[in-house]
Design a binder for this molecule. Structure first.
Ligand SMILES: Cc1cc2nc3c(=O)[nH]c(=O)nc-3n(C[C@H](O)[C@H](O)[C@H](O)COP(=O)(O)OP(=O)(O)OC[C@H]3O[C@@H](n4cnc5c(N)ncnc54)[C@H](O)[C@@H]3O)c2cc1C
Length: 364
């Protein structure tokens, strides 16, 4: 696939004679011609001449706040940067309808607008964005190729920033009402439910913690546990029991989330009976967010809980492959944190590409 829009400068740190750029060696004229062709290529971002494959310095999988910020930093550092994203509306921030807490953006804006602003800033520095779903990758220390359908992209470094919206939306009504009252993040959205009734669905630590958070704003929080008792740590259960706002129902299953344009209630089945509890928000923590990692085919080491293992520089178990954002399954899932990690991963990729292993303060 041809990728347009490259306006980046040639990076002084990349050697035009580097074999990674595959210049044919057939004498001085050929070399001069190849250098001119390569210069033109770098100015237009078109693939190098037939039979030669563009080698990207940084290929980012995912263009949410983590991926787009990584693109911004990598392109600004002068690297040939490509971000592949399957669809802005498929990411967590892309589907959030109201964002009020992204630093520097006052007022209430759709999450999509925040992503678009970061992407536009990254494009201004020469990053390319292509709308494609990455289906596979071949990752090793010496070579990295990312596959998107029939297209493939060769990269010197890869940043994984695919987020954690990998859980299938299994409750009827959930997919239609996500971002319209259905949420997976009380820290993000609890604020919008001041003096309203909401449901928090789940039985583990995360669900109870989030119920406690949303209880600061909501009038009433229905904590709906599918098991006969919450399977959370005793201190959290005790805090929930002491809250006057939280009402716990055990042994109940949410069968449907109801509402036309936004959440109006949840259908709950318990002991063979079904009733509708009127709520305007439904926070779901049934299986937790699941990092999107399938396309990696098990090539990167995972933690015990199935998350990518990274070091302090966000490098995965394969040198030159980094990860950022919600895909890392952090406790706090916020756009600003994902963006910060995108920046950090890009700085780490920069150091890897420059052969600088050590960490030094960088104020540029
Ligand atoms: C409903 C909701 C409301 C929220 N509200 C707030 C809020 O108010 N404030 C706040 O700070 N945070 C909020 N968050 C959390 C915030 O959106 C996330 O923490 C943040 O978006 C994580 O960024 P990310 O880039 O890691 O992942 P994402 O934003 O999920 O982006 C991942 C990107 O990767 C792409 N992708 C995934 N798989 C592939 C693939 N195979 N190939 C190509 N592309 C792929 C997706 O299309 C997506 O664009 C909210 C989240 C949700 C779900």
């Amino acid at each position: 696939m041809s990728v347009g829009g490259w306006r980046g400068r040639f990076n002084g740190r990349s050697d035009p004679g580097d074999e990674r750029y595959r210049i044919p060696v057939i004498g001085v004229r050929a070399v001069l011609f190849a250098i001119m062709a390569m210069k033109a290529d770098l100015e237009t971002n078109e693939a190098t001449s037939e039979g030669q494959e563009t080698v990207w310095d940084v290929v980012i999988v995912g263009g949410g706040p983590a991926g787009a910020t990584a693109a911004l930093y990598a392109a600004r550092a002068g690297w040939r940067t490509l971000a592949l994203d399957k669809g802005i509306g498929a990411g967590a921030l892309g589907m959030a309808t109201r964002i009020t807490n992204y630093p520097g953006i006052a007022g209430t804006v759709p999450g999509m607008e925040v992503v678009e602003r970061i992407r536009s800033q990254a494009s201004g520095f020469g990053a390319s964005f292509v709308s494609q779903r990455v289906t596979a990758a071949a990752l090793s220390e010496t070579s990295k190729t990312v596959y998107a359908g029939r297209d493939s992209y060769v990269a010197r470094t890869v940043i994984v920033a695919t987020g954690s919206m990998g859980r299938s939306q299994s409750i009827p009504g959930e997919a239609e009402l996500t971002g319209r009252g259905v949420s997976y993040c009380a820290t993000c959205d609890g604020f919008f439910f001041r003096d309203q009734d909401v449901a928090v669905v789940g039985n583990r630590d995360e669900a109870i913690e989030e119920a406690l958070h949303v209880a600061r704003f909501a009038r009433r929080v229905w904590l709906l546990c599918p098991t006969s008792r919450p399977l959370a740590s005793p201190d959290l259960i005790e805090q929930a029991e002491q809250s006057e706002v939280i009402h716990t129902r055990t042994g109940c299953n949410v069968r449907k989330i109801v509402g036309e344009r936004s959440v109006e209630g949840v259908d709950v089945e318990s002991g063979g009976k079904t009733e509708t509890i009127p709520v305007t928000g439904a926070f779901l923590y049934l299986q937790g967010g699941q990092p999107i990692l399938e396309f990696l085919g098990g090539q990167l080491a995972l933690t015990d809980s199935g998350c990518l293992q990274v070091d302090a520089m966000l490098q995965t178990s394969v040198p030159g492959v980094f990860a950022a954002g919600d895909v890392l399954c952090k406790h706090v899932k916020q756009a600003v944190i994902a963006a910060a990690e995108g920046a950090q991963a890009a700085v780490a990729a920069d150091r890897y590409l420059s052969g600088r292993a050590s960490l030094k303060p960088d104020w540029s």
